[in-house]
Design a protein around this ligand. Sequence first.
Ligand code: HEC
Length: 159
Amino acid sequence: MIRVKLMIGLILASIIVIAGCGKEEKREVKTDTKSVAKELSAQQLFDTKCGICHWQQMPEKPVAPPVFNVKRRYLMQYPSEQEFTDAVVNWVENPEHEKALLRGAVERFNVMPKLGYTAKEVRKIANYIYRTDFPMPKGMKHHNEHGRGGMGRMGKQLK
Ligand code: HEC
């Protein structure tokens, strides 16, 4: 009799443990998916609306400077998240030759076209750019932090 009670006790205990674990796991997975989904949509916005031109891996025929250069140059001028985001939004809404910071890139690629994305989207993208650590494209050197030019300072031209 004692053994039976013990067995029942053990079974109950393990059910509780298993049920408890299950719950715990579910909760974790849920929050994870949520944050990933949020992250993805900003990333997808960037990839489809900016990343097609502002590359991360050197395309055969670049049409714009890499996002790495754009971000580095903007961070120099606008170090806080608020300033940075505002400046990028402001630029995308109204790109003008005279106010471009990436002088070398403007000369090489001409001024960025006006794209007509919604301010809300662009703000989300700008914030994503600020928060994301884009790796330096291959061929660029670490100590080159002056960032005055865009593409002019890339690859073989860097010594
Ligand atoms: C059709 C290609 C193209 C797309 C799409 C594009 N850009 Fe650009 N962008 C350029 C080119 C070319 C330049 C470099 C010349 C210049 O600075 O105007 C540039 C420059 C920039 C600069 C630096 C401007 C400066 O001060 O010189 C920022 C910031 C920027 N882009 C942000 C974005 C963001 C954010 C998006 C997506 C919403 C985006 N771009 C989409 C082509 C593009």
